[in-house]
Design a protein around this ligand. Structure first.
Ligand code: ADP
Length: 496
């Protein structure tokens, strides 16, 4: 079967639509940044109506840019920023307030209180997550408690909750379908990842009426069809996954033990653990990788808060470079950071250190340290933190992978990709198509409507642009990593 697939990639700072051909090639795309609202310190909001209006316009533009007619689309897939919480009126389709974005910390004290009351173990056991404001549940409760009349109206069944995927789906289907997929549900703190159902005890704990919740479907499923008025013809919506999970699919990491890492502003490493929901002893997250034909594939996820953001800081804060891409030539000229370590703990340190109070440092400076060494140390920090994550996954029982599949803006940097392989001691594979998030959404939709027969057909399509084999001596690798751990121990109270 031929047929084009339209992916909506709704991210934190921009929305995108991409038309893919059945061979995975990009035929047309459109992108737009949208407004970020910071009404108070630590608060981050998005206008869900703006996100919808933009997404629709971008879909139409991408279709036009691909020089196709909407009737040639086999299906639509949606991938989205995760956890961001929308509450809307079922009758009018109007949001009751701005969406609360995943980065928003306003519910930190609520989470703290629940932790102190001893609820974390139960929450972790059921959801695989931590009691953190990052996830949707406390954001939704906040909206119910702070938007006038919301709780009452929710109890009366007048309102709907959704992450961004559900919200877009609701609007695309003209208010006919209120659903989500298992990957997005698994980020709400309300979904039991073992039973694959919304969980009564969690709904009670967070004080959320069940009437608000979307129906949870497979990641490749019949999500209804678009309102014919939108594109002139109804188009099936057939795939949904959260951004990191969509990237796992776009990277064709379908076997247990396969791992992908996305290097953008931050970095997300996701390991396929098959039918095992692995409980982490290192505060990694257990999550749904994807769910197909009712069968859940689990994943372990770890994140680095500051990855490409270090390079932005070197550019905009220190003004050591004028373009991110200059970092590559500088690192080559320096031939390594020569014992300089940059610990980018601008907002604390994540896995496996977990010190929110840690702050950054530059260590190991000598009289001949120059711009090149500092910039190189910034790139190397991303590699060391990747190894921290990988080691945490291995400590949780994963075996060392044969390769790491990478994507995101940073991996255009060949020096970085090689250094990553050297530090990890693992081959690094960079695919031809690095739009893996959107591609994953298209793959899921294509799977549902028969553009792809099975996962094997998708795996066959995955093509390596370039692989980077480790070249560093094991003793050198160990010595450099030891230096990193010592540097981290200087900034973390927990110690290295
Ligand atoms: P996001 O999706 O988070 O906005 P992208 O995947 O677009 O991020 O990647 C952008 C990030 O990658 C920026 O932080 C930028 O500093 C970094 N970056 C882009 N090109 C390079 C490069 N050649 N070398 C190192 N970092 C880069």
């Amino acid at each position: 079967m031929t047929g084009y697939l339209l992916a909506i990639d709704q991210g934190t700072t921009s929305s995108r639509a991409i038309v893919f051909a059945a061979d995975g090639s990009v035929r047309g795309q459109a992108q737009k940044e949208f407004a970020q609202h910071y009404p108070e310190d630590g608060w981050v909001e998005h206008d869900a109506s703006e996100i919808w209006t933009d997404s629709l316009a971008l879909c139409r533009k991408a279709i036009a840019n691909a020089h196709i007619d909407a009737s040639e689309l086999a299906a639509i897939g949606i991938t989205n920023q995760r956890e961001t919480t929308v509450l809307w009126d079922r009758a009018t389709g109007t949001p009751l307030a701005r969406a609360i974005v995943w980065q928003d910390r306003r519910t930190a004290s609520r989470c703290e209180a629940l932790r102190e009351a001893g609820h974390e173990a139960m929450v972790r056991e059921k959801t695989g997550l931590l009691l953190d404001p990052y996830f949707s549940a406390t954001k939704l409760a906040w909206l119910l408690d702070n938007v006038e009349g919301a709780r009452q109206r929710a109890e009366a069944g007048e309102l709907a909750f959704g992450t961004i995927d559900s919200w877009l789906l609701w609007r695309l289907t003209g208010g006919k379908v209120h659903a989500t997929d298992a990957t997005n549900a698994s980020r709400t703190l309300l979904f039991n990842i073992h039973t694959q159902r919304w969980d009564e005890a969690l709904l009670k704990l967070f004080d959320i009426p069940a009437s608000l919740l979307p129906e949870v479907r497979d990641s490749a499923a019949d999500f209804g069809s678009t309102d014919p008025a939108l594109f002139g013809t109804p188009v099936p919506v057939a795939g949904i996954a959260g951004d990191q999970q969509a990237a796992l699919v776009g990277q064709a990491c379908f076997e247990p033990g396969m791992v992908k890492s996305t290097y953008g502003t931050g970095c997300f490493m996701v390991l396929n653990t098959g039918d095992q929901a692995v409980t982490s002893e290192n505060r990694l997250l257990t999550t749904v990788g994807y769910r197909l034909d009712g069968k859940t594939c689990y994943a372990l996820e770890g994140s680095i808060f500051v990855a490409g953001a270090t390079i932005q800081w070197l550019r905009d804060g220190l003004r050591l470079i004028s373009h991110a891409s200059e970092s590559e030539a500088l690192a080559r000229s320096a031939g390594g950071a020569k014992g300089v370590y940059l610990v980018p703990a601008f907002t604390g340190m994540g896995a496996p250190w977990w010190d929110p109070h840690a702050r950054g440092a530059l260590l190991g400076l000598t009289r001949d340290t120059g711009i090149a060494e500092v910039v190189t140390a910034g790139l190397e920090a991303v590699c060391y933190q990747s190894l921290d994550l990988l080691e945490a996954m291995i400590a949780d029982g994963a075996s060392r992978p044969t390769a790491l599949r990478v994507d995101g803006g940073m991996v255009a940097n060949n020096w970085l990709a090689q250094n990553l392989a050297d530090i990890l001691g693992v081959r690094v594979d960079r695919p031809v198509i690095t739009e893996t998030t959107a591609l994953g959404a298209a793959y899921l939709a294509g799977l549902q409507v028969g553009v792809f027969q099975d996962l094997a057909a998708i795996s066959e399509q995955w093509q390596c642009d370039r692989d980077f084999s480790p070249k560093l001596e094991e003793s050198d690798r160990q010595a450099r990593y030891q230096g990193w751990r010592e540097a981290v121990s200087r900034v973390c109270t927990a110690g290295g």
